[in-house]
Ligand binder design. Structure first.
Ligand SMILES: Nc1ncnc2c1ncn2[C@@H]1O[C@H](COP(=O)(O)OP(=O)(O)OP(=O)(O)O)[C@@H](O)[C@H]1O
Length: 286
């Protein structure tokens, strides 16, 4: 039998089940997300991420289990509960006739303790676009506007669904720093992403879900036993690439260096990436 719900957690889930027809899209999921934590939910297409997140947001019913989000069951959470939650959806307000500032003001009006819309535009790096309509924004700027809309109500808990899809590398880095500033302001965040580097960069912990079940929850550096996995030393010798897995890479490299009498050509020491262990976990060859 699983432990009772953790009433201090931002999100606490026990035995969550969601059934479509004969099939359990979510199949007995247990998870606690601490207040102030950034948690990344990873999993292949169809794993059950969106279903789980929408149940937590109060937008989908469940067929079994107990769920608590900010101290309440999302199935019965009222307006006050909802005002503590921010949601950044995949498709946002891009086509609106309103300007960025007008959109944010309209959204802020729904919340009892909203942030100043102009400050929010500043925070997401859109201050210069306050008077621009959604249509006039680039893809990356629209996503920032989506985030701005998600946070203007000063949510204690923010859901981010694949937030950086379509971003260029620089925009992603800027977005990551925005997420970190939100964390510094105390916001709890549940992120779904298919980018493993994003999860590694941002998340305090990651959870891997396949077939509606959580396979593992860990800090990114320890998922799948990464921290104790053997290192792989590779170098070039006699015109060919050599690789050797070893639990003691320092000693191995010292031996190599002695053998070469100095620099080892093209030397590299690597450990499994988060992507390597993730792909192994979901049954795909790396
Ligand atoms: N409204 C629905 N009716 C029937 N089946 C559904 C419905 N919504 C989701 N499913 C099924 O439930 C399973 C989980 O879907 P879900 O959208 O939660 O996956 P996901 O992990 O978010 O995938 P993705 O990474 O592609 O967004 C899938 O097999 C999907 O086909």
């Amino acid at each position: 039998m699983s432990a009772p719900l953790d009433r201090d957690a931002a999100i606490s889930i026990r035995g969550l089940v969601k059934t479509y027809g004969e099939r359990n899209a979510v199949d007995g999921l247990d998870l606690d997300i601490r207040r102030g934590e950034i948690f990344a939910l990873l999993g292949p297409n169809g794993a059950g991420k969106t279903t789980t997140v929408e149940i937590l947001e109060g937008y989908r019913s469940r067929d079994g289990g107990d769920v608590q989000v900010l101290g309440q069951d999302p199935a019965t959470g009222g307006r006050r509960w909802r005002s503590g939650i921010g949601i950044v959806l995949q498709s946002g307000a891009g086509d609106s006739q309103l300007t960025c500032l007008e959109l944010l003001r309209a959204q802020a009006a729904y919340y009892p303790d909203a942030r100043d819309p102009a400050e929010v535009l500043e925070l997401v790096g859109l201050a210069e676009k306050a008077g621009a309509r959604g249509r006039a924004l680039s893809g990356g700027q629209r996503r920032r506007l989506d985030v701005a809309l998600g946070i203007v109500g000063k949510p204690a808990l923010l859901f981010l669904d694949e937030p950086t899809t379509g971003f260029d590398p620089e925009a992603r880095r800027q977005f990551w720093s925005l997420i970190r500033s939100l964390r510094d302001l105390g916001t709890t965040m549940l992120l779904t992403t298919h980018y493993l580097d994003e999860a590694e960069e941002l998340a305090d912990r990651v959870g891997v879900i396949t077939g509606g079940r959580l396979v593992e929850v860990a800090v990114p550096g320890e998922l799948g036993g990464r921290q104790t996995a053997p290192a792989v030393v590779s170098w070039t010798e006699d015109g060919a690439r050599r690789t050797t897995p070893t639990p003691t890479p320092t000693a191995f490299v010292a031996e190599l260096a002695a053998r070469f009498g100095g620099e080892v050509p093209d030397l590299a020491v690597t450990r499994p990436t988060l992507e390597d262990v993730y792909l192994q976990m979901i049954g795909q060859p790396a």
